[in-house]
Design a protein around this ligand. Structure first.
Ligand code: NI
Length: 196
């Protein structure tokens, strides 16, 4: 069990079509356990293989609804889509901090294989239906920003880049503080560090 690094926008693995999984082995089960850990740690409702740098067709989903227990889906594919659409707000752990309204089929039916190798069929709308579509998109190198108009997309990306720049500046500041503390520790009594 481990929390894995989540790939962010710009990482090429997010744009690659992921490979079909041929065999369900202990290594895959461990990967799925790690994906659940990573998703919960990041407070997400879904995570796909490419998001943790693994270009294989596996997703984990937990929409936090007692009617829909958490699920790991192997080689999932959409076999039926509602002609009605719904527009709801969406975000992505690979593009943290921003969200946008995305229009998608209201309900989809998905076929997949579960962790024990059994075929599963899920038909869902609402958050689960949206999540299924978003995660399966990841397996095809598609991100939610791809559905936005050019203008909306550039606004979302601008905000994202600003937030990333701010975060990086903050991280640099912190590491400067740490190195200052480090040099202080070398020369002075460590009690002088208190209260910083
Ligand atoms: Ni996502």
């Amino acid at each position: 069990m481990a929390v894995l690094k989540i790939e962010k926008l710009g990482s090429s693995v997010l744009r690659r079509k992921a490979d079909e999984i041929e065999e369900i082995d202990p290594e895959l089960r461990e990967l799925i356990a790690d994906m659940f850990d990573t998703m919960y740690e990041a407070e997400g409702v879904g995570l796909a293989g490419p998001q943790i740098g693994v270009s294989r067709r596996v997703v984990v989903i937990d929409v936090n609804n007692p009617d829909h227990p958490r699920m790991a889906l192997i080689n999932p594919r959409i076999v039926d889509s509602d002609s009605r659409t719904a527009k709801e707000e969406e975000g992505c752990l690979s593009i943290p901090g921003v969200s946008a309204f995305v229009k998608r089929p209201e309900e989809v039916e998905v076929e997949a294989i579960d962790e024990s190798g059994r075929p599963v069929r899920v038909r869902a709308g609402g958050l689960l239906g949206r999540c299924l579509q978003h995660e399966i998109d990841h397996l095809n190198g598609v991100l939610f920003i791809d559905y936005l108009s050019p203008l909306k997309r550039s606004m979302v990306l601008k905000k994202y880049r600003q937030m990333q720049a701010e975060e990086e500046a903050e991280a640099r500041e912190k590491s400067r503080d740490r190195s200052r503390e480090g040099s202080k520790e070398g020369g002075q009594n460590s009690s002088t560090r208190r209260g910083r």
